[in-house]
Ligand binder design. Structure first.
Ligand code: ATR
Length: 282
């Protein structure tokens, strides 16, 4: 898309969620717009579940160009979308909305691509050929696996294991990804009997300051432990990983900026640089 083509794009964007006042998305997209010389506005909207459909409808009817979606609405907007991208369908959740050329509401999911971009570009971690362990079998893990399923086979990990407290949930995920991505479901006890190169914490355990019940024996030499959560301090998972010999343990701030960059690319056709934006948010 040329700069001239972009001048005909809509200019109003935003993020919806509840609560939303803490959101860093307006600051991130404002910097992206400056960096890529795009004229647009980006605001945060607190939206109740009961008003979700009406809000989304009115936003786009009023000329809005795109919405990001955060908790608790990612599943709700996925159900509202008339068209869903393959990565949103596999994740069963959408974090990015826009209208296609026919005026249909499209639900996309850029969370997993944001994480993979952060790993590769900002931490120099390649997932190709590696042994990957995903902790948790909820929406966060589904989003990451959906992005991996989008990659050519040669760029995927050699093995993908999903460990979850409730084994049936990991098994249901494996069934949903069948034919798209080869994944093995595991208990934490079983996962602790093998070594991995990349471990990604997609559980919500950290919200209560807890750790997934994994043995440190799962940490392969020189491994990367990525926490999808972020906080102003080191998370419990980062501290655990580093104290047990992980070579690096990034938090999810880079993923947050990465998913925003990917959404910006979907809307505007230009991919902003993320490293300086992450640094400015620290
Ligand atoms: P999200 O959409 O953020 O992934 P979710 O779908 O509610 O949220 O999933 C939360 C995940 O965190 C689940 O895999 C959950 O495990 P269970 O399926 O066994 O409930 C996991 N989780 C939450 N608290 C945890 C804890 N203290 N230890 C380990 N796993 C935990």
């Amino acid at each position: 898309m040329s700069q001239q083509d972009r001048s005909s794009l809509p200019t109003r964007y935003g993020v919806i969620g509840k609560p939303i006042s803490h959101s860093k998305s307006p600051a991130i997209h404002t910097v992206f717009a400056q960096q890529t010389k795009q004229a647009l506005t980006y605001a945060a909207f607190e939206v109740e579940e009961a008003e979700l459909e009406a809000f989304v409808r009115e936003f786009f009817a009023g000329g809005g160009g795109g919405l990001n979606v955060t908790a608790p609405h990612k599943q709700g907007v996925f159900a509202l979308a008339q068209v869903t991208t393959p990565r949103a369908s596999l994740a069963r959740a959408a974090n990015t909305l826009y209208l296609d050329a026919k005026g249909h509401l499209v639900g996309d999911n850029t969370d997993g691509a944001g994480l993979l971009g952060d790993l590769a570009q900002n931490h120099g971690v390649k997932i190709a050929g590696k042994r990957l362990l995903m902790l948790g079998a909820g929406g966060a893990t589904r989003g990451v696996l959906a992005a991996i399923a989008d990659l050519p086979a040669a760029e995927r990990p050699a093995t993908i294991t999903v460990a979850n407290r409730t084994l049936e949930k990991a098994e249901a995920l494996v069934t949903d990804f069948a034919g798209k991505l080869s994944v093995t479901a595991s208990s934490y006890a079983q996962a602790g009997e093998t070594c991995y190169d990349i471990l990604i914490n997609g559980t919500s355990a950290g919200f209560g300051g807890e750790l997934p019940p994994l043995s440190p024996a799962a940490l392969g030499e020189g491994c990367c432990c990525y926490d999808m959560m972020y906080s102003s301090q080191q998370t419990a998972f980062q501290a655990w990983a580093l104290s047990h010999g992980a070579a690096l343990a990034p938090d999810g701030l880079g993923m947050l900026v990465g998913q925003a960059a990917e959404a910006f690319f979907v809307w505007r056709g230009v991919r902003p640089e993320t490293e300086s934006v992450i640094a400015s948010l620290r």
